[in-house]
Design a protein around this ligand. Sequence first.
Ligand code: CP3
Length: 337
Amino acid sequence: MPFEGASMNKHFLDALSNENFSSRPPVWLMRQAGRYMHEYQAIRKKHTFLDLCYNEELICKVTKMPIDAFGFDAAIVFSDILLLLEVFGVKLSFTEGVGPRLYSEGILRAIDKEQIHKKLSPVYNACRLLKEDLSVPLIGFAGAPFTLLCYLIDGKSSTHFSKALTLLEKSREEFFRQLILVKDAVILHIHAQFEAGCDAVQLFDTWMNLLPKAVIDEYIDTILVDICKNVTGPLLFFSKSISDISILQKIPAQGFSLPANYALTDARRVLGKDVVLQGNFAPELLLEDSSFVVEQVKKIAQTMQHDPSYIFNLAHGILPNTPRKNVEMLVQTIKNL
Ligand code: CP3
């Protein structure tokens, strides 16, 4: 076991089990290892993003960077949700200023555990190595099937993913056939991360809100519920925007990472005291003056301060032009509560 004799920061794990009775919530940020850090920029000058994602030593190095620099209470393994699609034979590339591009040939076929391990072993090996020397818990993650299918079918970033939604219009059966294949791979990927020692896994369904109302129940029942029921550890669910909080009531995840459009206190009332709540500081606010940042961080943190299952986080990923000073101030403000 790692950390024998060393002190392990348990804030995050306490909140995950509804038992954080300290004066402050745990804090980590989505995309906490990224372009806003000069240490990260220096590594990216020498390696492409995908090279980083497939190199276990670099994954470990980048994952630890924000922990050492800011003292976050949890680390998230450095990777990307789109990597899993490469196991299906999809060719993935990332270009500066353009984002991801995905090229796929032929139809989607079922993949097995061996194929996933063959391709993604650097991710799982990095998790094992990280567990040996991190003093904070480790979070793994996966993209949810709908969000992954959006990128797979459209082949690039979008805000409407019209090709994916056109497939749904043309053939609901084919759309769900593909969702199920991706879901089975997502479950295997999550298993592998728990097996490698991750303390929790976050499921990113960034674009779930694009699904038509008439389809959302079937999607939740056949896809998301199945994932939640088949994982062997705590699962946190993220979506970029939620129009109706009652949707979340149907997803049996351990917790929810909320977008900025929903008040945490309202979510607590609707979802009950047993779910973990995470969020939901708008990342754009981190571009403002430090004093304003401190004020806004306090505002959110204080409304949830004595909530034993609350984790401070952003509403979505940190922006690349975020001043480092503001991230320092954010963490210090939480730690001084
Ligand atoms: O949170 C973390 O620090 C862990 C690492 C992580 C990344 N991406 C690293 C990354 C996580 C959890 C993700 C999730 C992810 N990736 C999502 C779901 C959450 C969300 O943001 O909606 C999605 C949709 C992706 C797909 C993706 N990856 C896009 C669309 C892009 C290009 C846009 C962008 O921000 O550059 C990426 C690239 C990416 N993923 C970077 C990082 C650090 C930037 C890579 C670089 O140029 O150095």
